[in-house]
Design a protein around this ligand. Sequence first.
Ligand code: ADP
Length: 230
Amino acid sequence: MNIKKIIAIASAKGGVGKSTITALSALSLSNDFNIGILDADIYGPNQHIIFNIDNLKPEIVQKDSKKYLKPLVSNNIKIASMGSILDDDKAAVWRGPMLSGAIKQLIHSTDWGNLDLLIVDMPPGTGDAYLTVAGELDLDGVILVTTPNRLAINDTIKSIHTFNKLNVPILGFIENMNFPSIATEDIFLDKNIERITQIPFDENIYNMSITNTQNLSDEIKFFLTNIINA
Ligand code: ADP
């Protein structure tokens, strides 16, 4: 198993588009690279739904007396998500240690094979999941997602503090569902964080026909290709 680069997609606020951007990013690269998605949102996993594989269960394989989960594959992307292991209502009441345990298991028991890039779809918040992911994975960096809304931006600033404390480099931010009201760039430029791209509110994305939206992810593709090749 060899994973060349690992990045996280994060924001402290839910609903700003982390899972969507994770999926768009993976799709933009999957024709040219071996890409994996780790859905670290244990309470509300989405990747199995976005990729329409929610009816599939991962196979278990034995390697050197250890059991591994084979990730599910869609559009040439390997996907590991608690959503395809647990019933929808199971993780909802887990405490922090169980949550961390589940994330560790997904990280260490998935048979990723060789990947150019593993993209970790982070849950909202800044707590246990962040400590676990940053502690267990050697992250090359994080991309923050925000909408141009004061509440979302305020929460994103909290994420910046969290990742600074965890010593995870912030690679840039993506402004999702952009709306010509607030200049996010001014706010993040101040902190030396570059805007990778702006993604408009898009009907195909909203209806989860994300394979029809690849034109929206050209800049993400360019950015991530450079990271893979760095
Ligand atoms: P998060 O992972 O941050 O909770 P999601 O990716 O689940 O956010 O997105 C929240 C909702 O917004 C979903 O219904 C998703 O389809 C929708 N959405 C995200 N980005 C866009 C966009 N650019 N245009 C339209 N709908 C979007």
